[in-house]
Ligand binder design. Structure first.
Ligand SMILES: Nc1nc2c(ncn2[C@@H]2O[C@H](COP(=O)(O)OP(=O)(O)O)[C@@H](O)[C@H]2O)c(=O)[nH]1
Ligand SMILES: [Mg+2]
Length: 354
């Protein structure tokens, strides 16, 4: 699993973090009506939902289908006013955060006095994260400022850290500002939580209506560009245990839109600057992950290092084209050389020699 992008699930107690984790990973970690049912972090793998891959696999008669994956970490809850707890250290190792907000009002499930107003929770979480980052930034800024009095080459770093500490001290997230390359470099090893992409998940009641306005309200308080989705984690968890048809029936019966979970995973993937490309064959139809903008030999290297080392050229067609043509053999692929940047949805055949 090395190198798989990792996302941490965060939120206050009893908001449905573990339920969401179970829904996405297909695992069944214990959830509980008591607020601290998750005591240790748990790791799971989430498949990136990909209807195009499924269609292509059918067209190619592939024996096996392998979607792209993300790694998810289910964490014990944030405790209000206790930023800096031991789990924040683990959060720093994540590439992005999935923040769960409770909007369901089940009286049987304690909300620890935090209520079920997702906007209030979002504001409070943003503040907690800013405070947690501020602590580490203020400390380092002070240390580097001291060093800079003796060694002027440390001055730019001292200034960048001081500026970032001030921004955080104002309760702001680091990602709401553009930072120079040098500034980013000076705080990279601090792995600031407020600089990581965040996907906000509003966990609504199964009979909730008007989720659009909830989404708008939350989007109004989180940094611009953050993705906000609304879903019912409990229904998604139930749905994850069903076949595709049964699931569609369940969602339709409840008048819920299907696909919020897929949207969340897709948004997480995109927020990390990742794209999928495909290889198709009788044995396997597979989605692979590469950073957006990668040249085709780098993508080939995800499949096998020989394909990158011995790269000659790639035959490329978009997956939509392959599907509408009725299969790879009916498509007219383009030939691309080593400078070609892989695009979302490219189907690749790599020609190589070693
Ligand atoms: N009514 C309702 N209950 C939910 C929903 N999502 C989770 N729960 C329940 O809330 C409780 C806490 O959920 P859990 O996932 O353990 O919360 P965590 O503490 O954030 O990990 C469990 O009893 C869940 O079944 C939901 O959408 N609606
Ligand atoms: Mg939990």
């Amino acid at each position: 699993m090395g190198g798989m992008p990792r996302l941490g699930i965060v939120g206050f107690p009893n908001v449905g973090k573990t339920t969401l984790f179970n829904a996405v990973t297909g695992l069944s970690a214990p959830t509980g009506a008591h607020p601290y049912s998750t005591t240790e972090p748990r790791l799971g793998v989430a498949s990136v939902p990909d209807p195009k891959l499924a269609r292509a696999a059918i067209l190619e008669g592939s024996a096996k289908m392998t979607p792209a994956t993300l790694e998810l970490l289910d964490l014990p809850p944030m405790v209000p006013g206790q930023a800096g707890g031991r789990f924040l250290g683990q959060l720093r190792e994540m590439e992005a955060l999935i923040v769960v907000l409770r909007a369901f009002g089940d009286p049987a499930i304690s909300d620890e006095g935090l209520g079920h107003d997702p906007v209030g929770q979002a504001e409070e979480l943003l503040l907690e994260l800013a405070v947690a980052d501020h602590q580490v930034f203020a400390k380092k800024a002070e240390r580097v400022a001291k060093e800079a009095t003796a060694d002027s080459s440390r001055q730019p770093m001292a200034s960048a850290l001081a500026e970032a500490a001030k921004h955080l001290g104002d309760g702001e997230q680091l990602r709401t500002r553009k930072w120079t390359e040098a500034a980013q470099e000076s705080f990279r090893d601090l792995a600031p939580l407020t600089y990581k992409p965040a996907i906000w998940v509003i966990n609504v009641d199964e009979f909730e209506t008007g989720t659009e306005s909830l989404i708008d309200k939350v989007a109004g308080v989180v940094p611009e560009g953050d993705v906000v989705v609304a879903l019912s984690a409990r229904i998604e968890e139930e749905g994850s245990l069903l076949s595709a048809e049964e699931r569609a029936e369940l969602f339709e019966g409840l008048g819920l839109g299907e696909g919020a979970l897929a949207k969340m995973v897709g948004a997480a993937y995109q927020s990390l600057g990742l794209i999928s490309f495909y290889t198709l064959g009788p044995k396997e139809a597979r989605a692979w992950t590469v950073r957006a903008g990668a040249p085709v030999p780098e993508a080939a290297g995800k499949i096998h290092s020989d394909l990158e080392r011995g790269f000659i050229r790639a035959e490329v067609a978009g997956i939509d084209e392959v599907i509408s043509a009725g299969g790879w053999d009916r498509t007219k692929p383009r030939t691309e050389g080593k400078d070609y940047q892989v695009a979302v949805g490219d189907v690749l055949v790599i020609r190589f020699s070693v």
